[in-house]
Design a binder for this molecule. Structure first.
Ligand code: ZN
Ligand code: FE
Length: 258
């Protein structure tokens, strides 16, 4: 299988996964034009669309794409995703024949209440739930929900290639360093990402093992992360309270730097 990150808008990725014959699926086509251009350039045929959540930057291109090329559209049950004709739910095995791919659907509420991720083919399409060195904002979920969602994703094999919805890695790196300045795996990841971005390449996919070693939102039980959050979530704080404190601190960090 051949994986391609198609840039859209300012920092979105539309993911394309194609077999050797040129049959492809697209994940989260927020825009039609860049995907169409990539399909044409690569000589691929779009066969199905998978959607992770209802935000416009993830579904906005679907209507235009299926008007030109009718293909099945898979999405979680949510009235805000009107363009989908196949609904997926937690635990479901999604099996397509062309291309021949299989994904497990994982419900990951937190960023939005109906957000799902697709795990399979050694990959994880996680939309705006898990980012490299970060995680999505809690628009519709509680810290408890998001932490439980991230715990489920983090339990996948280390070699899983994490395919996120946005190129936020360098931004996230600056915050991650304030939490775990002595983390060698984080330093190594940042060096890799700086090189990739300088070459104009995506920082993704990244292995889940690397993320578990460097992403503070997956390291809520690491002593250095616990220590970094002691002012807001001290001794006796639950994991979810620590996670909530970490996410709030990131929100403030963004507000201060953006
Ligand atoms: Zn989103
Ligand atoms: Fe998004």
């Amino acid at each position: 299988m051949h994986l391609l990150a198609v840039p859209a808008f300012a920092d979105n990725y539309i993911w394309l996964l194609a077999d050797a014959a040129g049959d492809a699926i697209a994940v989260d086509p927020g825009q039609a034009a860049p995907l169409r251009a990539a399909l044409e350039r690569e000589g691929l045929r779009l066969r199905a669309i998978l959607l992770t959540h209802h935000h416009a930057d993830h579904i906005g291109g679907v209507a235009e794409l299926i008007a030109a090329t009718p293909v099945p559209v898979y999405a979680p049950a949510d009235a805000r995703i009107a363009c989908a004709d196949h609904r997926v739910a937690d635990g479901q095995m999604l099996t397509l024949s062309t291309p021949a791919v299989r994904f497990t659907v994982i419900a990951v509420p937190g960023h939005t209440r109906s957000h799902v991720a697709y795990a399979g083919e050694g990959l994880l399409f996680c939309g705006d739930t898990l980012f490299s060195l970060g995680c999505g904002r809690l628009f519709e979920g509680s810290p408890e929900q998001m932490l439980a969602s991230l715990d489920r994703l983090a339990a996948l094999p280390d070699a899983t290639g994490v395919c996120c919805g946005h190129e936020y890695t360098l931004d996230n790196a600056a915050f991650a360093q304030t939490i775990e300045p002595g983390n060698r795996a984080l330093e190594a990841r940042i060096a890799t990402v700086r090189r990739l971005r300088a070459e104009g390449r995506p920082s993704l996919p990244v292995s889940l093992g690397e993320e578990r070693a460097s992403n503070p939102f997956l390291r809520i039980d690491a002593p250095a992360v616990i220590a970094a959050l002691s002012a807001e979530a001290g001794a006796g704080a639950t994991r979810a309270e620590r996670f909530g404190a970490l996410r709030r601190r990131k929100d403030l960090f963004r507000a201060a730097t953006a």
